[in-house]
Structures are given as C-alpha cells and as structure tokens.
Design a binder for this molecule. Structure first.
Ligand SMILES: *[C@@H]1O[C@H](CO)[C@@H](O)[C@H](O)[C@H]1NC(C)=O
Ligand SMILES: *[C@@H]1O[C@H](CO)[C@@H](O)[C@H](O)[C@H]1NC(C)=O
Length: 216
C-alpha cells in the first residue's frame, strides 16, 4: 500500500512546480553576474557582498515604449538581463504598448507561461493548442481583464480599440525567450532552404520569396 504521506508529497511537488517553471533557488538570492564568462544554465551569482538594492529594481514600466514600427507594438521587459536580482527566481514582468491596430504577431515563449492584464484599450488575444487539434482560444479583453497563454503555445494580441492600448504581463521564467514565427521561419540567418519552405507551405517560389523579403 502507498504511504499516506505520498499523496501530500506529490501534491506539494506539483504545486512547487506550478509556482515557477525555472529551477527553484537554493539560497536567498543569486544576483546575476552579467559580466561573468562562466557559461551555466542561468547566470553565476555575484559576490553577495557587492549586491545592492539596485540589483533588485527596474524602472520605466510607467513609460510607453515607442510603437512606431511595422507591427505597432513595443515590449519593455524586466527580465534577468535588465533586473539581475531575478536570476534563479523564475519570474519576469513586461509592459506591452500597442499602437492603434498594432499587433504582437504570433509567437511563443519557450520557457514561460504568460499572464496578461489589460491596463488600457481593447485587445483581441488568442492562443492555438498543439497538434492535432490546433484549437484557437480567442477573446476580447478590456481594462482589468486577465488572460493566460500556457507555456509554449503560439499566441498573439491585436489592438482593436480606437486609441493606444497597454498591457502588463508576468511570466514564470527569468528569461522566457521569444520566438516570433515569422522571424524564425522566414527570417533565419542563413535562410531555411526555399525548397523546404515551398514544400512545407505548399506554395510556389514567388510566395516564398515575398515572405522572405518581409523578414530580412
Ligand atoms: C521600444 O521603445 C523603446 C523606448 O522608446 C525604443 O528605444 C525601442 O527602439 C523600441 N523598440 C522597437 C522594436 O520599436
Ligand atoms: C482534440 O480533438 C479530438 C477530436 O475532436 C477530441 O476528441 C479531443 O478531446 C481534443 N483534445 C483537446 C485537448 O481538446
């Protein structure tokens, strides 16, 4: 018979994993030494004697990012690279600004689930599940509405309001990563062979050349 302690232990483990996707810390903090030339998973810790309160802070999430780019969005992110105290803590936060009609094109975060809260404006937000269903879960979000994009799922947002929109997102990784589908598939360096893209998307070379030109 299973030990009566087994179930609570398994549940506790499951909850611990739900709190953070990144590995759990083994000490109070491990402020990233961003200049270290030791390559490990994450960053080595700065000498705790040189750690200051500035290592645990980031400013500027009140400042709109510049959305004058072809997609009309801007991400201001406090991750381990911009807030070194996040190293080993498994969280990050970002502000997203959307111009009117701005889109955050389909992308995924390979290392984090995303929690999105709309502060201003109106967004359509959605994600698509994996094969074979590829189900789209899409909704309209207003200020105060929250949605979640499960780790690894391809997701997007579009500003459908008349003015700018703003969202704050939290992610359960110190470095969730971004894979924009268009950039990865049509903008890789060097490019994926045209024959691969033609056969994969079942279109001719002209369509592929046009797509490649968009993501140079
Ligand atoms: C985002 O906004 C910042 C601050 O205005 C700007 O420096 C940066 O170039 C913008 N990024 C993009 C991709 O437009
Ligand atoms: C995927 O689609 C199949 C067939 O419609 C269905 O049986 C299954 O429950 C779906 N899976 C999920 C996770 O929605």
């Amino acid at each position: 018979m299973a030990s009566p302690f087994l179930l609570p232990a398994v549940l506790a483990l499951a909850f611990a994993q739900a709190l953070a996707y990144d590995p759990t810390p083994l000490q109070d903090f491990c402020v990233a030494d961003l200049k270290s030339n030791i390559f490990i998973n994450g960053y080595p810790c700065k000498n705790p004697k040189t750690v200051t309160v500035e290592d645990f802070s980031f400013s500027g999430l009140n400042i709109p990012g510049n959305t004058k780019n072809k997609f009309g969005f801007n991400v201001t992110i406090a991750n381990v690279m911009t807030l070194p105290g996040l190293n080993t803590l498994g969280v990050s936060i970002a502000r997203i600004d959307y111009a009117p009609h701005g889109v955050v094109p389909p992308h995924t975060h390979p290392r984090g689930t995303e929690f999105l809260t709309v502060i201003e404006g109106t967004l359509i937000a959605g994600f698509v599940t994996s094969n074979p269903n590829n189900t789209l879960y899409q909704q309209i979000l207003h200020p105060g509405d929250v949605t979640v994009f499960p780790i690894g799922m391809i997701h997007f947002q579009l500003n459908i309001g008349k003015g700018p929109a703003v969202a704050i997102v939290g992610l359960n990784s110190q470095n969730p990563g971004f894979i924009f589908i268009g950039d990865a598939v049509f903008g890789s360096k060097p490019p994926i062979p045209v024959q691969v893209l033609e056969k994969s998307f079942q279109v001719g070379p002209n369509v592929i050349q046009e797509l490649l030109a968009q993501f140079k």
